[in-house]
Design a protein around this ligand. Structure first.
Ligand code: SF4
Length: 359
């Protein structure tokens, strides 16, 4: 697959030879902030910093009205991540958002309305150097196209219409997404688009579902595309937390052989032999481990029968052994402790390992 154009989204470069980035979408409406020192604003910024540490590179906010645009404006200037304004229906909200340092505007051709509105948005975006994502969604395709064509064709035609408008204005900082609920449709639409256009693609499955279903559907759609070199950024939409979306994104990129950096967690499913609760330990440690920048593998195993042996490739592992807990490195047991001290001992050994890796 030939390389796409590169598009600058805030301080992040997307497309071309740049790494595939992970993004998520803020799950709540933004409060009306009283000013830059509003504690609610500071808490949003703190959460965004946590998401960045976890591996998130871009964050999108729904902007349903002008007051949300004002809140986003206060946030955008202080954000640790490039902020994308998601606009439906009212182009004037997009114009207001671009008075602030937003990194990208997302519009949906199915509901932004007449062409002149898109032109107004593009004029200001061009003036400010802000890229536009044409966000096509299978559930809100332009009505005239849906009546005549199947979902994939209608989605491609909707993107084509919008691209023609922008290109006629010599606007080329374009990112496109073609999201549908069926993984096969997502694959077909994005393959066809990538064969015809040079613009970077934002990949995702729309309304993908709860945690498990959503990850399975996104993986089924995104991995084959990414393996073919299609996709500049991904958002794994889930009826779950932003953290889970980012972690799922990291794992999907890993499965596709992209950006295979960071911590790899190996954990056993647990069975009747377990003397250590791998589920609870993994839940407690997951975000912390995924936020580390080191390229290490960590094993969390339920019992000593299979634990250290099966996970002998792990840089650091933990497993149960009767009432005790064992910590091992590459299959070799280095510590035996009381189960109550498991987290503390694991933390100590993790810190030692990170220091060794940093040398
Ligand atoms: S490591 Fe032990 S507890 Fe975990 S699945 Fe294997 S046998 Fe069961």
């Amino acid at each position: 697959m030939s390389l796409t154009k590169s598009v600058k989204v805030g301080d992040l470069l997307m497309g071309g030879e740049w790494p595939v980035s992970i993004q998520t979408m803020w799950k709540d409406s933004l409060p009306v902030f009283s000013g830059p020192d509003d504690l609610r604003l500071l808490s949003v910024i703190e959460k965004m910093s946590d998401l960045k540490r976890l591996g998130c590179s871009i964050i999108r906010f729904a902007v349903p009205d002008i007051s949300a645009a004002e809140s986003l404006g206060l946030l955008a200037g202080r954000s640790p991540l490039p902020v994308v304004a998601d606009i439906h229906f009212d182009w004037r909200i997009a114009l207001r958002c671009m008075d602030f340092p937003v990194a990208k505007i997302r519009i949906n051709p199915g509901n932004i309305g007449a062409e002149w509105k898109v032109r107004e948005v593009a004029v200001k975006a061009m003036d400010k150097g802000i890229p536009i994502r044409i966000g096509i969604n299978g559930g809100s395709l332009p009505k005239d196209l849906v009546q005549e064509h199947d979902t994939v064709e209608a989605a491609l035609m909707a993107a084509e219409r919008e691209i023609e408008v922008l290109e006629s204005m010599r606007f080329s900082d374009i990112v496109v997404s073609l999201k549908m609920n069926e993984p096969d449709e997502v694959i077909r639409a994005n393959e066809a688009f990538a064969a015809r256009y040079p613009y970077p693609l934002h990949l995702g499955v729309t309304e993908a579902g709860p945690l498990v279903a959503g990850i399975v559907r996104n993986t089924a759609a995104l991995v084959p595309l990414l393996k073919k070199g299609i996709g500049a950024t991904i958002r794994v939409s889930l009826s779950d937390s932003m953290e889970q979306e980012v972690i799922a994104g990291k794992e999907i990129l890993g499965c596709a052989g992209k950006n295979a950096h960071g911590v790899r967690i190996v954990s056993c499913p647990r069975c009747g032999r377990a003397s250590f609760d791998t589920h609870a330990f993994t839940s407690r440690w997951m975000n912390k481990l995924y936020s580390l920048e080191a390229d290490i593998s960590v094993a969390v195993m339920g019992c000593v029968v299979n634990g250290p042996g099966e996970a002998r490739h792990a840089d650091l592992g933990i497993t149960g052994a009767g009432n005790s807990v064992l910590i091992f490195k590459h299959g070799e047991i280095i510590r035996k402790i009381d189960a109550r001290d498991a987290d503390k001992a694991f933390q100590e050994e993790l810190e030692k390992l990170l220091k060794e890796k940093a040398k």
